[in-house]
Design a binder for this molecule. Structure first.
Ligand SMILES: Nc1nc2c(ncn2[C@@H]2O[C@H](COP(=O)(O)OP(=O)(O)OP(=O)(O)O)[C@@H](O)[C@H]2O)c(=O)[nH]1
Ligand SMILES: [Mg+2]
Length: 464
């Protein structure tokens, strides 16, 4: 990746909306002289210069070299510190489409702005204290969220849900550290009434440790919502995989036929189940085949199935279980990743309670014709993706950075708890507590090196 220059002195500009045909495009600028520079390339120069923060000025962007009007725009003026970045900023609402955007950007560059690096606006917002790191990271997650639920979790972080949680943990840590440091600074005999009392309560330390551990664990759920889970449909030929694929997509996508071996190449599509983004794969039916094309399809399907986070294994209820099914199921190592489906249940005559006995243990009866079992299947998918308890807490972390720092804090508290249980000398405990506090501080960005910041913001898109 190219070395990023986040020189916060420069005036910067970038397209904040997509590079595509659109009615309106938004070009963002920021910098201490952003308003002055922008007014130099604006038809109503005085109007822009004098505009109050939070107001909009109508006019034309003018090429500073040729004096030519390049686009008719609205310019929204924001004055420091009341702007996204905390600096002076002008946002141009120009006509959409790549040509219009290009000429406006080019005029801005001639006027003294440089192209913004990825995430540079948000980085400036962080540096200027407009948001902490957990919120800054959430900005990226909001823009890239795949489902409404993922979006709402990121929005919770943006509005400070995670920052507040971390602050609460930090406060508990700080209370512990202060009581330890008090004794270190003023040995017991100088403090009235506290002689002999060990300042750390092992139980409280363990509780704090568990709370930090739980937040670290939420990374798994956060990742599920951020990246989604690959789900593969598997089973013998004609088991009904493609029919179920289409039902879950609510779209007639995969070819369905009574011919065995219809699906050759696997196909995939994103679906949303209970707010969880799932990448669903329909695969070639598993059977021994002399046809080299089908054999290759089956091989590739095997790879998809091996890499899937969840496998839906279909057995045709009109055929029943056979040895191949038994072999697949018993050969599947991680049972929690496997959901077994008893397909085409609509064909069972007078389907009802009395027939349930025919359904083998652990199978969910489904029908792609009647839709029966779809709710149970969705529950099972959600459980396989998030665990039995589902999402218990709306505050989840979804960055590896946050997870690693929480683990570091947890580790330090495990050591502190052990020291407290033995009433060990306090120096070591104080050191561990300080380390835990530092780790939590890094999460919100109180302490962070330029490298860490570059790493975080370089993943952003330009214009954010
Ligand atoms: N009655 C009934 N028929 C179904 C159901 N699901 C699939 N079928 C029929 O079963 C046949 C095979 O369905 P597909 O969805 O193509 O099966 P597949 O597992 O994708 O088959 P391959 O691609 O050959 O591996 C088709 O004739 C479908 O109409 C169901 O729920 N009920
Ligand atoms: Mg198929």
């Amino acid at each position: 990746m190219k070395e990023l220059t986040y020189n916060t002195e420069d005036p910067i500009a970038a397209l904040a909306t997509g590079w595509e045909e659109s009615a309106i495009a938004v070009i963002r600028t920021s910098g201490s002289d952003a308003i002055g520079l922008a007014s130099n390339i604006f038809s109503n120069k005085g109007g822009l210069q004098k505009a109050e923060g939070g107001t909009i000025v109508y006019g034309y962007v003018v090429d500073p070299e040729t004096g030519e009007r390049v686009d008719e725009v609205l310019a929204a003026v924001f004055r420091a510190p009341k702007s996204y970045t905390g600096e002076d900023s002008v946002e141009f609402y120009c006509h959409g489409g790549i040509p219009a955007v290009s000429v406006v950007l080019s005029a801005l560059k001639k006027g003294g702005f440089r192209d913004a690096a990825p995430g540079e606006f948000t980085m400036r917002a962080f540096i200027n204290g407009k948001l902490d790191l957990t919120r800054a990271e959430a900005v990226h997650e909001i823009v890239t969220a795949r489902t409404a639920r993922a979006h709402s979790l990121a929005l919770n972080r943006l509005s400070g849900g995670l920052e507040k949680r971390i602050d609460g943990l930090k406060k508990r840590l700080l209370d512990m550290l202060s009581s330890v440091e008090l004794l270190l600074d003023y040995p017991e005999d100088e403090l009235d009434g506290q002689a002999g009392e060990y300042p750390l309560d092992a139980k409280a330390v363990s509780e704090l440790c568990a709370d930090i551990g739980r937040l670290a664990e939420s990374f798994k759920a956060g990742k599920v919502f951020r990246d989604g889970v690959p789900v593969a449909l598997a089973g013998r030929t004609n088991a009904g995989k493609s029919s179920l694929f289409n039902l879950l997509l609510r779209e007639d996508r995969a070819i369905v036929s009574e011919v065995h071996g219809t699906t050759r190449d696997y196909i995939e599509s994103w679906i949303t189940v209970k707010g969880i983004p799932l990448r669903l794969f329909d695969t070639a039916g598993l059977r021994a085949s002399d046809n080299p094309v089908e054999a290759e399809g089956i091989k590739r399907s095997g790879e998809v199935i091996a890499e899937a986070g969840i496998v839906l294994y279909l057995v045709d209820s009109t055929e029943g279980l056979n040895e191949e099914d038994e072999a697949f199921i018993s050969g599947f190592e991680d049972a929690e990743r496997l959901i077994k489906l008893w397909s085409k249940i609509d064909t069972v005559p007078a389907a009802g309670e009395e027939n349930d006995a025919d359904i083998p243990e652990g199978f969910i009866p489904v029908s792609s014709v009647s839709g029966k079992g779809l709710n149970d299947l969705e529950d099972a998918l959600s459980e396989a993706a998030l665990g039995r308890k589902g999402l218990e807490d709306d505050v989840v972390i979804d960055s590896m950075r946050q997870r690693d720092l929480l683990s570091r804090a947890k580790e330090a508290l495990v050591n502190t708890a052990a020291a407290a249980a033995e009433e060990a000398p306090l120096d070591a405990a104080a050191m561990e507590l300080r380390d835990a506090l530092d780790a939590l501080g890094e999460i919100t960005g109180e302490v962070s090196s330029a490298d860490i910041l570059n790493n975080i913001f370089s993943n952003f898109c330009v214009g954010k």
